[in-house]
Design a protein around this ligand. Structure first.
Ligand SMILES: Cc1ncc(C[n+]2csc(CCOP(=O)(O)OP(=O)(O)O)c2C)c(N)n1
Ligand SMILES: CC(=O)[C@@H](O)[C@H](O)COP(=O)(O)O
Ligand SMILES: [Mg+2]
Length: 619
């Protein structure tokens, strides 16, 4: 049986439902959303806040033709539910299931890839321009949150879009929150903008009073000045209008009837329109409304209480945060920077202990790196804690602002390697290559908590120039010793094959070495502690002995440590049978890290299998 809310041959999916039916559908979707995400985990709070908005959009626009561009895309679950994927929600973010972000290869309704913030307006503008150039006829929408609006790329998009002179609807979903409370001047401007209804009421009353009584020129002048001051304090000139948009709002984002009416009106305007919608992050699920930060991205939980099914346990981010607090206690030059990821990067304790030395720049990784460069130039020791995938945004700032002058900026590169459920937009598999291209850069790859603690101290207190410490999402593995201060160390000696790697992959190499030992093969296990600049002296010596090298790493194949190691062998004239095990040339999908590693041959069994192949041994 088809459902009224999922059938669309032509036109908006929900075009035929009444306001009452729309409100009932919102309640039902909200309930299902909580139920499904409590099983799979995911971005619950953002989606709860976008229920009415998504339903209203699907009452007005036909997303199979009209192009709806999500910013970040973490708030697309309702859209997926309404576009034929409602039954698949229990597979959300699971290996082989539907993705947690829009994917054009999943549905014609997903107009564009999303995952990284602030690009939606630029992408939507590109679509609008293509539509006009190709003389086609459809609407283009960008749905952007107030958090994403802290990113510079959003303004590049807006600045161009406002002047484009054609239909383009930017919907601002303003809930006052990024992952944590939104920061910066634009967040303040939006907060004031939300007071607009009060201002309008004031204006109406003021006019009425002025018409009723003639109070004389002097009084008028005085009140005019008061009004001007009030206007400046309550409603600074609308940023959107100044950029060329017709500004509508702010509108109550949980009144589906009103939203639909406003969207219907907006859809008739053949010009750039900015619709400002006020929403509540976590709306309708009390634990999420009370704690939207904790429910931004959740692991499976009890839908009755909101309590997580499993407690998280110790992780690299928390160890990083603690170590940085320790270092900052003895050195007042140490400062911490985040780009809207204060909780994810483990910086909450630092922000509380040293509020004057803690800076959240919003979703502005480029700004964070340039700001860190400025701080370093003036004698501070800035530590920018950032996810590997988001640091990609700052490649030019790394090269231009930090490296040329060899400034001592420390990069705490979190979520390095596979991250799991977020998938291809979020895996930290490119930093190994891109950081290696930065002149003067040093990159540490701790394999466990105690190495992270020591290497971070080294990076902050004793190194100079740009230096990064990269570590993965989650907890440590069985290998928990500190391997010491050498650039590379032999953890286990053997004569038949060299298994080399760094970071948490060491656990899989040691497991493979155990499995090889059961076949009578003695593997030498080499661990790099520093991967840029890469010192291959020990690796070359080892391979001279074993005649075979396998390098395993959770990173893209191009620019990998393995590639560099092979080049070093060639340069040294050491012949060897070799295998490079990594993420290859493509993108890695979403799913549990253990399953992704299995598919890539990066788990212990996979490394064992490939080592056997290198050695030409039957299994
Ligand atoms: C370039 C980049 N940096 C950081 C992030 C991590 N991130 C994901 S969602 C989010 C907050 C987004 O806030 P907003 O756009 O207001 O959406 P809301 O969750 O409030 O609906 C952040 C910082 C990201 N996705 N992309
Ligand atoms: C949507 C987004 O980019 C973040 O919310 C990200 O999903 C956080 O990932 P972690 O769960 O690893 O902090
Ligand atoms: Mg927000």
């Amino acid at each position: 049986m088809t459902r009224k809310d999922e059938t669309s041959e032509n036109g908006p999916i929900l075009r035929d439902i009444s306001d009452q039916e729309a409100a009932a559908l919102c309640a039902q979707l909200r309930e299902e959303l909580v139920r499904d995400v409590s099983q799979t985990g995911g971005h619950l709070a953002s989606n709860l806040g976008a229920v009415e908005l998504t339903v209203a959009i699907h009452r007005v626009f036909d997303t199979s033709r009209d192009r709806l561009v999500f910013d970040v895309g973490h708030q697309c679950y309702l859209h997926k539910m309404l576009t034929g994927r409602r039954e698949q929600m229990p597979t959300l973010r699971q290996y082989g299931g539907i993705a947690g972000f829009p994917k054009p290869n999943e549905s014609v309704h997903d107009a564009f890839i999303a995952g990284h913030a602030s690009n939606s307006v630029a992408v939507a503008l590109g679509m609008a321009r293509a539509r006009t150039a190709l003389e086609e006829d459809y609407k283009v929408l960008a749905l952007i949150g107030d958090g994403a609006l802290t990113g510079g790329l959003a303004y590049e998009g807006l600045s161009n879009a406002g002047q484009c002179g054609q239909q383009l609807l930017v919907i601002l979903n303003d809930n006052g929150m990024s992952i944590t409370r939104n920061v910066g001047g634009v967040a303040q401007l939006l907060a004031r903008q939300r007071l607009k209804p009060k201002y309008l009421r004031f204006k109406q009353n003021y006019r009425r009073v002025m018409h009723a009584f003639w109070l004389g020129r002097q009084i008028y002048k005085v009140t005019h000045e008061i009004k001007k001051a009030l206007k400046q304090s309550l409603l600074p000139c609308s940023m959107f209008e100044d950029m060329g948009f017709t500004y509508l709002g702010p509108v109550d984002g949980h009144d589906v009837a009103q939203l639909t009416k406003t969207l219907r009106y907006a859809s008739t305007l053949n010009e750039p329109v900015a619709l400002h919608v006020r929403t509540v992050k976590g709306k309708g699920f009390a634990p999420a409304e009370a704690n939207p930060d904790a429910f931004h991205g959740v692991s499976p939980f009890d839908p009755a209480t909101g309590k997580a099914n499993k407690s998280g346990g110790e992780n690299f981010s928390a160890v990083f945060g603690r170590t940085l607090v320790r270092l900052a206690r003895t050195d007042r030059r140490v400062c911490a920077i985040t780009a809207a990821m204060v909780s994810g990067t483990g910086l909450v304790p630092f922000s509380k202990a040293f509020p004057k030395r803690f800076f959240d720049v919003g979703i502005a990784e480029g700004c964070a790196v340039s700001m860190a460069a400025g701080m370093a130039k003036q004698g501070a020791v800035p530590v920018f804690a950032v996810y590997s995938t988001f640091l990609q945004r700052s490649y030019d700032m790394l090269l231009h602002d930090v490296a040329i002058d060899d400034l001592h900026v420390v990069f705490a590169v979190d979520r390095a390697g596979l991250v799991g459920d977020d998938g291809e937009t979020h895996h930290g598999v490119f930093d190994v290559a891109y950081l290696d291209t930065i002149p003067g850069m040093k990159v540490y790859a701790p394999a466990n908590f105690s190495e992270l603690d020591r290497m971070l101290e080294q990076a902050v207190c004793r190194d100079s120039g740009p230096v990064a410490v990269r570590y993965p999402r989650g907890g440590q593995g069985g290998y928990q010793e500190d391997s010491g201060e050498e650039n590379a160390v032999i953890l286990r000696t053997g004569k038949d094959i060299t298994l080399a790697g760094y970071g948490m992959e060491i656990n899989d190499l040691l497991s493979a070495a155990d499995q090889l030992a059961q076949q009578g093969i003695q593997a030498e296990v080499l661990k790099w502690n520093v991967i840029t600049p890469l010192d291959c002296t020990l690796a070359v010596e080892s391979v001279k002995k074993t005649g075979a090298l396998l390098v395993a790493e959770e990173c893209a194949g191009q620019g990998s440590v393995g590639q560099r190691a092979l080049a070093a062998l060639e340069e040294a004239g050491v012949p060897a049978r070799t295998a490079l095990v990594n993420c290859g040339a493509g993108y890695v999908p979403h799913g549990a890290v253990s399953l992704l590693k299995r598919d890539l041959g990066l788990d212990g069994a996979g490394v064992f299998r490939q080592a056997m192949e290198v050695l030409g041994r039957d299994q």
